[in-house]
Each structure stands twice: as C-alpha cells, then as structure tokens.
Design a protein around this ligand. Sequence first.
Ligand SMILES: NC(=O)c1ccc[n+]([C@@H]2O[C@H](COP(=O)([O-])OP(=O)(O)OC[C@H]3O[C@@H](n4cnc5c(N)ncnc54)[C@H](OP(=O)(O)O)[C@@H]3O)[C@@H](O)[C@H]2O)c1
Length: 302
Amino acid sequence: MIRKNYSPPQNLLLVSGSYGLRLGVGVEPASCSMGGVEKRGYDMKKKDIQSLFDLTGKVALITGATGGFGRVVSMGLAMAGVKVMATGRSEETLEPLVEEIEKAGGISAFSAGSPIDHEDVKRVVKDTVAKFSGIDILVTAAGVNKPGSIIEQPLREWEMIIDANVKGTWLYCKEVGKVMIDQGRGGKVILVSSTRGMLGMANYTAYSPSKGAVSLMAKSLACEWGSHRINVNAIAPTVFRTALTQWMFDDDAFYKNFLRRIPIGRLGEPEDFLGTVIFLSSKASDFMTGAILYVDGGYTAG
Ligand SMILES: NC(=O)c1ccc[n+]([C@@H]2O[C@H](COP(=O)([O-])OP(=O)(O)OC[C@H]3O[C@@H](n4cnc5c(N)ncnc54)[C@H](OP(=O)(O)O)[C@@H]3O)[C@@H](O)[C@H]2O)c1
C-alpha cells in the first residue's frame, strides 16, 4: 500500500530508479550499495538507444547470399551500413547481387565457393578478411530441403541435405570462429535453423534432423565461445515464401491447411526475417547466446 504524501528516503529512490530506464534525463549514473549488492542507475539518452542497433562499419559474411533469405539479409545489412561479403556456389548469381547492393549505396563484394568444400570455405573466409579486414557477423543462409519418405528417399539425397545444412554450417563456423577469436573483438554468429529443427514431420527425416543439429550447434558454440564474446544464436523460421518453399504456396490444400496453424494468419515473407538478423547482429543482443528465435507467426506457440 502506498501512503498518501509519502516521500521515500533519497537512497531508496536511487535504488528503485536503478531498475528503470531514465530516458534522456542527462544525469550522472547514480549508484548506491544495499545489502552488499551494487545498485546502478542508468543514464540513457536517445542516441544510446539508437546505438544499440547501429551496425555501421561492421563486416558480415553471408552464405547462400542469393537465396530467398540470403538476399534480403545481404541487402538489409548493407543498407544498415555493414560491409557485406556475399558467398554462394555461383559467380553468375553473386555478381548481380553485389551490383544491386552497390547501386543502392551499400558496400559489398563476393567470393564464390561451395559451403561443403573445406578448401572453398577457407578461401572465402580469407577473401573476406583480405577485402574488409575482419569479420564481425556470420549468417549461414545456405541450405536445402527435399522431402521424401524414408522408404523411398535415396541415401545420396539424405546425405546432400545433411551436408548442405549441417556440414556447411559447421565449416563456416569453424573458419569464421578462428578469425573472430584471433581478432579479439567478439562477434555475432547467426545460424539459420527451422521450426522443423524442433518439430518432426512426415517425409522430413533428413531436413528435420539437419535443422535440429543446427539448433544444437548454436547452443554448443554458445558454450564454447562465450568467453570470446562471440554470440551464437539460431533463427528458426516457419514457412517463408522463397524458391525453397514456392511449392507449398502453389499447393492450395497444403497452403490453407498450414495457414490454419499460424496465429498471425499468414506465412512469412523474406522481409519478416530481417529484423531478427539486425537484432542478433547488434549490441542489443550482447547478452543473448545459444538462443533459438522462432520467427514463425506463432506457429510453435500453441
Ligand atoms: N524458406 C523457408 O520457409 C525456410 C523455413 C525455415 C528454414 N529455412 C532455411 O533457411 C535457409 C535459406 O533458405 P531459403 O528459403 O532462402 O532457400 P533458397 O532460396 O533455396 O536459398 C538457399 C541457398 O542455399 C544454397 N544451396 C542450395 N542447395 C545447396 C546445396 N545442396 N549445397 C550447398 N548450398 C546449397 C543456394 O545458394 P547457391 O546456389 O548460390 O550456392 C541457395 O540459394 C535454408 O537453410 C533453409 O532450410 C527456410
């Protein structure tokens, strides 16, 4: 109960203020000690809040950069002031992407290579460091799916999916991790998992386990690299409209049935993916690591 005309003692005011954000008040941070625990006040101005998301001058390496997610991430990060190294298996698709980014005022370069070839991955990482003097952000947007019953699916198809999704992610983490650790300035690693990394589905005995592995790779690396200030998180989207999933949008019965399970009432568009990438790339997520962020319109909520 709050007594009328009650005026709390000054030190109590400071303590209660220590848990709120005092926006733009421009006072020195207040601190006091209570029960042996240091309590701090915060002096937060508008520019401090904006700087939480400021990515200007950072360097990002994006795999699968010309894919549905990769393209929006490459363009979006570049428009946020990030120098973007785009990679994928084909120069023919990477070159126009880089031209498009530069035309829009961003800074970008490309280095082609297969994400599942260790020598290619080493070269792409080396090219990135040579071109932009380091790497601050890695986004692994290369990946593939091919549904099929376990009875019918050929082993080589299963291996192709596991390779692209798990081995490719692992190789990029390995090589970029070395760079980030040597740089000694921390880093942000963003892996692309899927809601299927948590939920099974008929005909998904390659894809679901591969994405489960990606989610656990994020958690394992979070444990391994926390002391280097390298945050490793995974984004787990539901169905988004990209080349990978166009068949789901084209199949009316599948589409309508799937839609019923999404509280927000629509499937994702690649742009829906970007905000989470910006957040996970920025200072705003410095205390978050090993998290799986479900960007799924509520699909996994209930
Ligand atoms: N779209 C969705 O609904 C959805 C939902 C959940 C998770 N995801 C995940 O998000 C990531 C990006 O998907 P997306 O929708 O952007 O797909 P996408 O448009 O098909 O792009 C994926 C990119 O991965 C690369 N890739 C494809 N097959 C490969 C292979 N066998 N080996 C190596 N690289 C290969 C390709 O790049 P290059 O040809 O240039 O090498 C391709 O552009 C994938 O990991 C996917 O599983 C997507």
